[in-house]
Design a protein around this ligand. Structure first.
Ligand code: PBG
Length: 337
């Protein structure tokens, strides 16, 4: 600075300099408000039939669908990295998809075989079963359809049967991702009646009708089949109060924890849920968010690891207890360094 430049009188600061605590790595560590550990992460896995099979997903670079034996391997890697739980999503073979989505209740379906294989080989990891019909239905909808209408109560009845085969196969957490009315109450009653009082219900309570699910629908093979949209059951992205009513109702019906989904563009909802209900809150950093970060990094817009970490920390800052993220293994390994 040239000697003749005037210095400002900084006495208005009254000695308050917020940079003081940011001056060194140790002082920043000392006052950090939130932590992120591998225990905060849930790793979603996509399943396919076969053995030693892995197939790439065009819109999710670095994510693959895995056959059951490879999913068991992935479970071992997850445990080693300190990840507490996996969320499983089947890509059901085409010939088993139907209008009635009957495969959802087949005790020997891909999901159930994966649940029992992982439970047996890697008993220490929590297993979350996605309970929804879109992975089994011919039209990609989460509900049974008649004359273009989504049938709420009939869908719930089939979901209950689906959740029971999942619980019997070893699911620790049932996670209904459909947004039908009353499914939490129905699932809790049915699970209790069958002796599954300990099975946890993680409700996709505030799930928005979002274009950010696009890559997921490619991954499970429901996207190209989807007729219409999901706006008669998933939330309108213009709404926030309505999400609070969904969460309140699911908690009343017996949800042990609630989820907000998508994640990054709904951090305001996460914060509202945490502040209003003081219950465990999960968020799903969905496939489109993973794609956004991955493709931007691949184009040189920023460093993938840095963007991944900053995005995961945003969830913790917003009040989240656990984050479903396709970055889980990479992030857990980065945190261990
Ligand atoms: C379907 C389901 C979806 C996701 C999880 N479960 C998609 C949808 O509702 O259409 C999306 C997850 C993601 O995008 O990563 N029941």
């Amino acid at each position: 600075m040239p000697a003749d430049w005037p210095r400002f009188d900084m006495s208005f600061l009254g000695g308050r300099r917020l940079r003081r605590l940011r001056q060194a790595s140790w002082s920043r560590d000392m006052v950090r408000e939130t932590v992120l550990t591998p225990a905060d992460l849930i790793w979603p896995l996509f399943l396919i039939e076969g053995e030693n099979e892995r197939t790439p997903i065009r819109t999710m670079p670095g994510v693959e669908r895995l056959s059951v034996d490879l999913a068991v391997e992935a479970a071992r890697q997850a445990v080693d990295a300190g990840i507490p739980a996996l969320a499983l999503f089947p890509n059901t073979p085409d010939h088993l998809r139907s209008t009635g989505a009957e495969e959802a209740a087949n005790p020997d379906n891909l999901m159930c075989r994966a649940l029992s294989a992982i439970k047996e080989a890697v008993p220490g990891i929590g297993l979350i079963a996605d309970t929804a019909l879109d992975e089994y239905s011919a039209n990609g909808q989460d509900g049974l359809v008649a004359n273009g209408d989504i049938l709420n109560d009939e869908t719930v009845a089939l979901m209950v049967r689906s959740a029971l085969v999942q619980a019997r196969a070893g699911a620790d957490i049932i996670a209904p991702s459909d947004m039908m009315d009353g499914r939490i109450g129905a699932l809790r009653r049915a699970l209790d009646a069958e002796g599954f009082e300990a099975t946890i219900l993680m409700s996709y309570a505030a799930k928005y009708a979002s274009c950010y699910y696009g890559p997921f629908r490619e991954a499970v093979g429901s996207g190209k089949r989807l007729v219409g949209d999901k706006r008669t059951y998933q939330l309108d992205f213009a709404n926030s109060d309505e999400a609070m009513r969904e969460v309140a109702q699911d908690l009343e019906e017996g949800a042990d924890m609630v989820m907000v989904k998508p994640g990054l563009i709904y951090l305001d909802i996460i914060r509202r849920v945490k502040d209003n209900f003081n219950v465990p809150v999960a968020a799903y950093q969905v496939s489109g968010e993973y794609a956004m970060i991955s493709f931007a990094a691949a184009a040189g817009a920023f460093d993938r690891n840095a963007a991944m970490m900053e995005s995961l920390w945003a969830f913790k800052r917003a009040g989240c207890d656990t984050i479903l993220t396709y970055f889980a293994l990479d992030a857990a390994r980065t945190l261990a360094k």
